[in-house]
Design a protein around this ligand. Structure first.
Ligand code: NCD
Length: 355
């Protein structure tokens, strides 16, 4: 892989995406033949936020490759509870492991971790920002279930504002030709501006709607998401948004016969359980493909050797305008931006600040 870290799926070139998803499909067919590829290697899983599938599939992936695992799934049981910053934890753990996967509640945390790591960092979800390995899982699902990443009409429904899986998925699928997006949400949980800009720049067609029923007949893929309760400022705000979109048997009857339903899980109430028996429901298969996707990714990323840490360059004298950006929590981080016209795009969380 040309990039050392996987912070955003854009760190992979299209041929690399092709290669990793193809490898995942081969692993699916011949999983036992991959045992031993990572013998002697250690994966650290640093989970500052709850997780079932992502954490366990990473751990299973490394164990199935013959490697070993260390880590924490509750920062309260680590030195984080004593006030240790991200930089110090990462410097230490990158001396103990060959590859690190990190999930953290703050946008930009994985990018921040990559600055202080001697080994590759994989972003397993940074706040409401991105979740590239879920997207890799989703791409393997599309490869197996639809046979293509192109020419699809993809509906994404639910909490498009805070759902990091949706942000990564749209960024990835917009790079393939002839995909159309139907963004289904309430106005207050709409997709962030930076993703809309990304979509428009890619040339992909997209529309916004608040009606799941009206969108159903158009779709080749429906990607449902839960309302991200933990990212709301207040419980009453969450209550006002929950239960708006529920996929049930009646709505499924409006869909194409070969449409597929995906969901990163966990599901709360946005898909009724009777939909699980519909052959178009692929969300449990999707969790299994996540294992193969992560095995393929670990194989590719452990090809990088341990690197000597270079001093981190100084940043700008401008602060990111997003109060939830990691640069406001870990204040030693250099403020770095990419210029886009009269905007500065934060390199950690992608929020835009006016020059
Ligand atoms: C997602 C996440 O953590 O963003 N879960 C997952 O990794 N499969 C989706 C969610 O929590 O809603």
């Amino acid at each position: 892989m040309h990039s050392r870290h996987l912070i955003d799926l854009t760190d992979l070139t299209l041929p690399e995406l092709e290669e990793i998803t193809q490898l995942a499909c081969d692993i699916k067919q011949n999983i036992d033949s991959y045992y031993g590829i990572c013998r002697g290697k250690i994966l650290a899983t640093l989970f500052y936020e709850p997780s079932t599938r992502t954490q366990m599939s990473f751990q299973t992936a490394m164990l199935r490759l013959g490697g070993r695992i260390i880590g924490f799934d509750n920062p309260a049981n680590s030195s984080v509870s004593k006030g240790e910053g991200l930089k110090d934890t990462i410097r230490v753990v990158s001396g103990y492991s060959d590859i690190i996967t990190i999930r953290h509640p703050v946008a930009g945390s994985a990018k921040a971790a990559s600055l202080y790591s001697r080994v590759p960092i994989i972003n397993a979800g940074d706040g409401g920002h991105l979740h590239p390995t879920q997207t890799l899982t989703d791409l393997v699902t599309l490869r197996v279930e639809k046979g293509t990443f192109s020419g699809l009409c993809i509906g994404v429904c639910g909490d498009l504002k805070n759902g990091r899986t949706v942000h990564s998925l749209i960024k990835a699928l917009a790079t393939f030709p002839n995909n159309k997006f139907v963004l289904i949400s309430t106005p207050s949980l709409g997709i962030p501006l930076y993703i809309k800009d990304y979509l428009s720049a890619s040339g992909a067609e997209w529309i916004e709607t608040n009606s799941l029923a009206e969108a159903m007949p158009l779709l080749d893929v429906l990607y449902m998401t839960r309302i991200q309760r933990e990212r709301f400022a207040s419980e009453s705000e969450y209550i006002s948004q929950r239960g708006v979109y529920i996929l049930d048997k009646d709505k499924m009857s409006l869909a194409k016969k070969d449409m597929i339903v995906m969901h990163p899980l966990p599901r709360v109430d946005e898909i009724t359980v009777d939909v699980d028996d519909d052959p178009r429901a692929k969300y449990f298969e999707q969790t299994e493909y996540g294992l193969y996707a992560r095995m393929a990714l670990i194989i590719k990323m452990t090809e990088h050797s341990v690197k000597k840490l270079e001093p981190v360059p100084k940043g700008e004298n401008v602060k990111c305008s997003n109060p939830d950006c990691i640069t406001h929590r870990e204040t030693y981080l250099p403020n770095t931006f990419v210029k886009n016209g009269d905007l500065l795009v934060c390199e950690y969380c992608e929020e835009r600040t006016l020059l």
